[in-house]
Design a protein around this ligand. Structure first.
Ligand SMILES: N[C@@H](CCC(=O)N[C@@H](CS)C(=O)NCC(=O)O)C(=O)O
Length: 338
C-alpha cells in the first residue's frame, strides 16, 4: 500500500506555502501539493481555522496552519535528515534568521509585489490564473482587476508606504548583496545542508523572483542567490554543516545590518505598541522614519525567540555573537508597557 499522503493546500505565490512544500520535499514526506483555487475553496474553508495558506491536512484528518509550527511538528515525526545544525549556537541563529525572513523579508517581497504598476499587473494576472486554471482571458482579466484592487491597499499591512519605501527597498538591496556573498562557494546558509533559515528565506526570495522588478534585480546581479533558489525548490544534501568560524565573515554582516539594525528594533517597537494596545507605531530606521500598523503575530514570534534563547544551555559564545551584532538586548529584555 502506498504511504498515506499529507495534503498541502498552498499557492505557488505564497512564500509560506512554498517554504513548507520545500521542507516536505527535502524530508521526503509523502504529500500532495494542492494549489488552493476556486474549485477546492469550499473544501479549504471547511478545514481552515484561519483564512491562511499553507494548510496541511494529515491522513488522520488533523489540520495544521502556520508554517513554523507545521515544520516543528513534522520535525518530531520525521527527524531525518535533521533540519537544524547540531550546534545549539547555529540552531539558534537559524531560528533567528527564519523569523527575520518571515516577519521582515516579507515586507520587501510584498512591497515590490504591489507597489509598481508593472508588478501589480503581472502578479494579479498570475494569481487570477492560479485561482481559475481553466478561465478564459476575459474572466482572468476581470479577476485580476479584483485581486489588484484588494491587494494594493494591503501594502499598509506590511508597513509599505511613501515614507517607508526607501528603507524597505534599501533593506532588500542590502540583504541580497550580503546573501549573495555568503552563498558564494557554499550550497546553503549553514553549509552543505539546508537549515530552517534556508526554508524561511527561500520562500520570500522565491516570491521576489515572481515579480518583474525584483526578478530583474536578482537575475542581473545575484547569481549565487538564483542558483540557491533553484536548489531550494527541491533541496538535497551536498555536504556537512560548517562551523561558526567559517560562516561568520559573511553571516555576521547579515545579522548585524539587517537583524540587529532593522528587524529587531522594529520588532521591539511593534511589541511595545501591541502591549500599549496602539494601532500603529513609528521609529527611526537607517536614520529615516518608519511607521506602520501593529502586527500582533510579530510580537508573539519575538517572545518565542526570547524563550528559545532562555532555553539554550551554553550561552557564552552565542550571547557574544548576538551582542556583537546588536541583537542581544531585544532578545533578553521585553518592552516596557509604561
Ligand atoms: N505566519 C503564517 C503566515 C501565512 C500567510 O500570511 N499566508 C498568506 C499567503 S503567503 C495568506 O494566506 N494570505 C491570505 C490569502 O492568500 O488568502 C505562516 O507562516 O504560515
Amino acid at each position: 500500500m502506498p504511504d498515506p499522503q499529507y495534503v498541502i493546500f498552498g499557492s505557488e505565490y505564497s512564500p509560506f506555502s512554498v517554504k513548507v512544500r520545500s521542507y516536505f520535499r527535502y524530508k521526503d514526506i509523502p504529500h500532495e501539493w494542492r494549489p488552493r483555487n476556486r474549485d477546492n475553496l469550499a473544501e479549504f474553508q471547511a478545514l481552515a481555522k484561519l483564512p491562511l495558506i499553507p494548510l496541511v491536512l494529515s491522513p488522520d484528518g488533523t489540520v495544521q496552519q502556520d508554517s513554523t509550527p507545521i515544520i516543528e511538528t513534522f520535525e518530531e515525526a520525521f527527524p531525518d535528515p535533521a533540519l537544524q545544525p547540531p550546534s545549539e549556537l547555529l540552531a539558534y541563529l537559524s531560528c533567528l534568521i527564519e523569523d527575520y525572513a518571515d516577519e521582515w523579508v516579507n515586507k520587501p517581497m510584498f512591497h515590490y509585489r504591489w507597489w509598481r504598476t508593472e508588478d501589480q499587473e503581472a502578479v494579479s494576472v498570475a494569481l487570477a490564473r492560479a485561482n481559475m486554471p481553466n478561465g478564459d482571458r476575459e474572466a482572468i482579466e476581470e479577476l485580476a482587476a479584483t485581486v489588484r484592487k484588494r491587494m494594493v491597499p494591503r501594502l499598509s499591512f506590511v508597513g509599505s508606504n511613501e515614507v517607508t519605501k526607501p528603507v524597505i527597498e534599501a533593506s532588500l538591496d542590502n540583504l541580497l548583496t550580503l546573501l549573495n556573498a555568503h552563498l558564494r562557494g557554499r550550497n546553503y546558509l549553514f553549509g552543505g545542508r539546508p537549515a530552517l533559515a534556508d526554508f524561511g528565506m527561500f520562500g520570500q526570495i522565491y516570491g521576489c523572483l515572481q515579480q518583474p522588478t525584483t526578478e530583474k534585480i536578482i537575475r542581473q546581479n545575484y547569481p549565487e542567490i538564483t542558483s540557491w533558489i533553484e536548489q531550494m525548490l527541491d533541496p538535497e544534501i551536498h555536504g556537512d554543516w560548517e562551523d561558526w568560524s567559517s560562516l561568520a565573515p559573511t553571516l555576521e554582516p547579515i545579522l548585524k545590518s539587517e537583524i540587529g539594525a532593522l528587524y529587531l528594533p522594529w520588532s521591539l517597537a511593534n511589541e511595545a505598541a501591541v502591549l500599549k494596545r496602539k494601532d500603529d507605531f513609528s521609529l527611526t530606521l537607517m536614520g529615516q522614519p518608519f511607521n506602520q500598523q501593529t502586527v500582533k503575530y510579530a510580537a508573539k514570534s519575538l517572545q518565542v525567540l526570547r524563550s528559545r534563547l532562555a532555553g539554550v544551555k551554553d550561552r557564552q559564545s552565542l550571547d557574544r555573537i548576538l551582542q556583537d551584532c546588536d541583537c542581544l538586548q531585544p532578545l533578553v529584555t521585553k518592552s516596557q508597557t509604561a
